[in-house]
Design a binder for this molecule. Structure first.
Ligand code: ADE
Length: 478
């Protein structure tokens, strides 16, 4: 991802972001930072970029021309997502950071003095964003705050993407307390449960502490958390049919767009997936009407629908141009005990496994491989040091991509791979689940053998974009 910062103080931005995690991300080429000095574009002989405001008033304004020319030095006529950081903007949130992280290029415009001539803002700005209800001397610090928050969501910037996924705000809760060595300090002991090695109990304890803290200091966030918990409860009446929606909420992914009785609609910004279940056709129709409304522009990147009832397929087809459709059943692992992993050499897949992955997983392209590798949930099985199979977690949170080399089939490697992934997910206190094409008998048998429960009812994956047949669409297969 590439950031272009239009500023009067380029060195402040470049120096402020060239150390630590963001410095390394730049060295690795994961993010690019380009600062454009607005002053370089003034036509004034003395380098002046500001002037008095018409109508009087205190202070000076940055003039339209140098800002416009600085912008065009980057955009060259292209329509780029351009954020003006200003106290007059919408409050910056984690959700916004997630949305901006989907852009390939982002322009940030920093103001100074009393602001910038309105006419150039009208021509180039797509988003007005404030980092809080206070006024700073300029836009550089807010731009740096935004770049930091967005960059850490770019795959690979944090070593382990799960740390981004399980941190504050991603699940509407504040972070739980953390402890490091020594066990005893100033007479205070580390809570015993954290020393127990029982990952599931630790996850539960952490969740409880997060909930407590959030309720105490952020009632607004807590209300959102409660709404999600209520939706999970309604969905749990048909758990196997709704496991994908319940897990998305429980893992702190996806926004709850609508919930009333048995009608629930979620949107997962990262994978561009909208998940819907409806009790009645009328309920389904009114939810889909909300989606089709052009003012629902908040749903950028919407590419997929996953629906639980066939009547929703028909209603969606009336509202959207749909190009891809898959019918699947769901399987989930709800048992407490970890599974035995017979095959011993299973580890995270790295760059060295890319060619093998792309050769044997025809539906995922290179960027999907990188994205999934960065998620920390893409595993390979090795026989005598040679990669022979893999499995991973799709970007929507379901397990899939299972492949084992033909020469090595029949040795339980596929079962081991899936058992391994299930155990990892259970450690996070997640319920592992997958989607199986309805006609994939082999996969159904494997799920049953491993002790997963199959849903009786079908779900439908519907692709919105044209040309999805060759892209990520088919990568949903188990
Ligand atoms: N410029 C000055 N103060 C600001 C703020 N709070 N947010 C964004 N930009 C600003």
């Amino acid at each position: 991802m590439r950031f272009h910062v239009l500023t009067l103080f380029p060195e402040m931005v470049l120096q402020g972001l060239n150390t630590s995690i963001l410095g390394r991300a730049q060295e690795k080429g994961l993010i690019g930072l380009h600062a454009v000095d607005i002053r370089d574009y003034t036509l004034d002989r003395h380098g002046k970029v500001d002037d008095y405001p018409y109508g009087g008033g205190a202070g000076m304004l940055i003039q339209a021309q140098p800002v416009y020319d600085a912008f065009q030095s980057v955009a060259a006529g292209r329509r780029l997502r351009t954020v003006y950081v200003t106290p007059q903007g919408k409050p910056f949130t984690q959700k916004m950071a997630e949305e901006f992280a989907l852009e390939e290029e982002l322009v940030l415009l920093c103001g100074h003095y009393e602001g910038i001539d309105e006419r150039v803002l009208e021509e180039i700005v797509t988003d007005y964003v404030s980092i809080g209800d206070y006024v700073l001397t300029g836009g550089e610090l807010p731009a740096m705050v935004m770049i930091d928050a967005i960059s850490r969501l770019v795959p690979g910037v944090l070593n382990n993407e799960t740390s981004a996924q399980t941190e504050s705000f991603s699940n509407h809760l504040l972070e739980y307390p953390q402890y490091s060595r020594p066990v005893s300090w100033h007479g205070k002991e580390v809570p015993e449960i954290l020393l127990s090695g029982d990952h599931r109990k630790i996850s539960r304890w952490r969740l409880e502490r997060s909930v407590e803290r959030t309720a105490a200091v952020r009632p607004d966030l807590y209300a959102g958390y409660q709404a999600r918990q209520e939706a999970i409860l309604s969905l749990s009446r048909h758990k196997r049919e709704h496991i994908h929606m319940m897990e998305m909420l429980a893992r702190g992914r996806g926004e709850l767009l609508y919930h009333k009785g048995g009608d629930v609609m979620l949107y997962d910004r990262r994978s561009g997936t909208c998940l819907i279940t409806a009790e009645t056709e009328q309920g389904g129709r009114s939810m889909i009407k909300m989606l089709a409304d052009p003012s629902a522009s908040d749903l950028k990147n919407l590419q997929w629908f996953v629906v639980c009832q066939e009547f929703l397929v028909l209603v969606l087809k009336e509202a959207f141009d749909l190009h891809t459709s898959y019918q699947c059943c769901q399987a989930c692992y709800t048992r407490k005990e970890p599974l035995a992993v017979r095959h011993k050499d299973i580890r995270n897949l790295d760059e060295s496994g890319k060619a093998f992955f792309l050769e044997h997983y025809p539906y995922g392209d290179e960027s999907y491989f990188k994205d999934r590798m960065a998620s920390g949930f893409l595993y390979g099985a090795y026989v005598e040091g040679k990669l022979t199979g893999f499995i991973g977690l799709h970007d929507d949170g379901s397990m899939g991509m299972l492949y084992v080399d033909e020469a090595c089939r029949g040795r339980g490697i596929g079962s081991s791979l899936e058992a391994y992934l299930i155990n990892r997910l259970r450690e996070l206190d997640w319920t592992p689940y997958c989607h199986i094409f309805s006609d994939n008998r082999e996969s159904r048998l494997l799920q049953e053998k491993l002790g997963l429960y199959l849903s009786k009812d079908t779900i439908w994956w519907l692709g919105r974009e044209a040309g999805m047949e060759s892209g990520l669409s088919l990568s949903r297969q188990t």
